[in-house]
Design a protein around this ligand. Structure first.
Ligand SMILES: NC(=O)c1ccc[n+]([C@@H]2O[C@H](COP(=O)([O-])OP(=O)(O)OC[C@H]3O[C@@H](n4cnc5c(N)ncnc54)[C@H](OP(=O)(O)O)[C@@H]3O)[C@@H](O)[C@H]2O)c1
Length: 219
C-alpha cells in the first residue's frame, strides 16, 4: 500500500507515520506538509508545500497512491470562526478533491474527533465544521472514505505534542491514561492504536464509515 500522509509533524500524524514506517504492508509514505518531519527512512519521501488550498503545482507527485491518511487539523480554541473553518474545511476539501481526481481508487481517512456533529446543526461550532467536512468528504467518489473520531489520545513511542506543557501533562498522567484506554475505550486511545486502525481500515475496509474511539480500539 502506497500512502500519502498530511499532518505528519503533528501529534496524530507522528503516530500514524510511525505505524506506517514499521508496517511491512505499507511500501511507501509521501508526507505533504508545510514543514519537514525531520525524519529519514527508506520508505519516506516528503514534499514541503506552501499553499494548502491549491495543490496544482504538485499534482504529478500525488498520483499513484492507494490511501491518504489526513491528520492535518487544528484546535478551535482561541481561533476565530472563519479561520477555523478555513483551516478545517477548505484545506481538507482542497486536498481531497485533488486526490480523488488523481487517484479514484484511493481510500481516504480523515481524523476528526469525538462529538463531531453530523447534523451540522448543533450548538458547538467546531463540531458543526468538522461534521460538514466529514459529510462532504463522504460524498466524494473515493473507493472508500472513513472518518476517525478519537476522543483522548495517549502519545506513545516518542510521539510528542508541539506544546511543551501538554507533553508534561502526558508524562505525568501516563499511568492514568493507559488505565483509561483499557477501562474506558470510548474516551481514550493511543497514537499506536489510531495509526494501526487507520492502516487496517485502509487495507481491509470497515463496516462503518464513521469510527468512534471504541471502534478504533477494537480494530
Ligand atoms: N491530539 C489529540 O488528542 C486529538 C484528539 C482528537 C482529535 N484530534 C484531531 O486530530 C487532528 C490533528 O491533531 P494533532 O493533535 O495532531 O494536532 P497538532 O499536533 O497541532 O498537529 C497539527 C498538524 O496540522 C498541520 N497544520 C496545521 N495548520 C496547518 C496549515 N495552515 N497548513 C498546513 N499544515 C497545517 C501541522 O503542521 P505544522 O507542524 O507545520 O504546524 C501539524 O502537522 C485535529 O483535527 C484534531 O482535532 C486530536
Amino acid at each position: 500500500m502506497k500512502v500519502i500522509l498530511f499532518g505528519a509533524t503533528g501529534m496524530v500524524g507522528q503516530g500514524v507515520l510511525r505505524e506506517c514506517l514499521i508496517d511491512p504492508g505499507v511500501t511507501s509514505v509521501l508526507s505533504v506538509g508545510r514543514s519537514p518531519t525531520g525524519q529519514q527512512h527508506a520508505k519516506l519521501r516528503e514534499i514541503v508545500h506552501g499553499d494548502f488550498t491549491n495543490f496544482s503545482a504538485i499534482e504529478s507527485e500525488l498520483t499513484g497512491y492507494d490511501a491518504c491518511f489526513f491528520c492535518l487539523g487544528v484546535s478551535s480554541v482561541g481561533m476565530d470562526a472563519e479561520r477555523y473553518r478555513h483551516l478545517t474545511y477548505d484545506i481538507t476539501m482542497a486536498a481531497a478533491t485533488t486526490l480523488v481526481k488523481l487517484n479514484p481508487g484511493m481510500v481516504f481517512t480523515y481524523v476528526t474527533g469525538r462529538s463531531t456533529d453530523s447534523t451540522e446543526q448543533g450548538s458547538l461550532r467546531w463540531a458543526r465544521v468538522k461534521g460538514k467536512t466529514e459529510n462532504d468528504l463522504l460524498k466524494l467518489p473515493f473507493k472508500a472514505a472513513y472518518m476517525f473520531r478519537p476522543a483522548g489520545i495517549q502519545p506513545l513511542h516518542g510521539v510528542r505534542s508541539k506544546t511543551g506543557w501538554i507533553n508534561a501533562i502526558y508524562v505525568v498522567t501516563a499511568p492514568l491514561l493507559s488505565w483509561l484506554t483499557r477501562v474506558a475505550p470510548g474516551h481514550m486511545t493511543t497514537s499506536e492504536k489510531l495509526g494501526r486502525a487507520m492502516i487496517n481500515v485502509a487495507r481491509d475496509g470497515y463496516p462503518k464509515a464513521v469510527l468512534e474511539s471504541e471502534d478504533i480500539n477494537a480494530i
